[in-house]
Design a protein around this ligand. Sequence first.
Ligand SMILES: [Fe+2]
Length: 474
Amino acid sequence: MIILGINETSHDASVSLIKDGEILFAGHAERYSKQKNDWYNNTDIYLDMLKYGKPTHIAYYEKPQLKRSRLIFRGGNGHWKPTIPFDLPVKYFSHHHSHAAAGYYTSKFDNAVVVVLDSIGEYNSSTIWVGEGDSLRQVYKKNYPFSFGLFYSAFTKLVGLKPNEEEYIMMGMAAYGDYKKHYARVIEYFPSINQQKYNFHTGIYDWQLPIRTDQDKFDIAAAVQKVYEDRLIEFMRYAREKTNKKNLVFMGGCALNCAANTMLWNIFDDVWIMPNPGDAGSSLGAASALYGKHLNWNDPYLGHDLGGKYPVNKIITELINNKVAAVATGRAEYGPRALGNRSILADPRDPNIKDKVNLIKKRELFRPFAPVILEEKASEWFDMDYSSPYMQYTPRCLKPHLIPSVVHKDGTSRVQTVNRQQHPGLYEVLSNWYVLTGVPVLLNTSLNIKGQPLINDENDILNWENTYNFTIYR
Ligand SMILES: [Fe+2]
């Protein structure tokens, strides 16, 4: 049985292919169409997927009938249907079931609570599941319009950003604001895990305080982030008590909030967040739900294959000479983060490197860069006693003066830890860099033209090199 998992029509289309427990392919539509957050899959991604096998079954990440009924309920016409490009048996799984399966079946746990929080599925917006062995069952649900995700997205829109896409920018802004200024006001919108002020689908329509300066926006972002964190902790404590499980799997778009994720380690003994916890991860979720057993999860390098060997020496030489090196090699990351195969690496010791990389990437100057560090050195440099291979947590930096370019305004860093098994090439780069400099850390940011998805194929490499007059090593 070779299962094709499909996710589309909700801001991040993707395709996955599994055979028994092996993940043969998992990729994002946007990397092929070059349309950021593309809602639909395309011929190119399907052709790339077919190189890895011919599907015999299809798993779709939502229940179209249910979703249609909600769209009609909201006043739409419900004229919507999924596109299935192969004439094969199709099985439909609910939106939250796909999220939960993507998380649980890629985890190493055989006993865990699975929490799914997002904007909205068909109707579910917050669910709790219990995973035992290969069984996965829902034990709690809360429906639209109550929604952690919609609460956050409504405020994302209020500060002038794009909801369902730019929540990560709002999270970055929060570090620049004073949460106390608007906390009492914002908590009225989300006073408890059982109550919200109104349907946030409509946006925030009764704010009425001035939003004139960037600082106004930062202060609102800080308060929203704090309220979100407080409610998240409350919900996670509830989930732990309800199920009596020590291991957490966290999924859904809310699991992309890495600042809040950091607190989960205070509540649970162990935490797994699949590196693609939002809807883009749900093609793998649907496929694994149909398979119904744990997958053999090795790493997130599951997309388009550029081939090649990791250019360790070239990267090191470039870093020594110019402090910045771009690399594109091997298979593309499945998930929003560049984790070494489509990355710009830079010297984190240089306080000016941030501006240099920001100029290349032409992005907002307040947005922080992330460090990548040898896993065995992580607890010396950051306040963490866990690994973070997919940049999902933001512990406090313990030596900010030594690596100023990868420390955020509030003293934290969105850390990627690397061990040899996870990525031998990147591990070697960091080891060599450590020998040369005494610092086991590099800056790691995504290799993309501003506003476009991560670089995917050979053509993108040439485009990038032409645009920025900058060599990409491979
Ligand atoms: Fe979702």
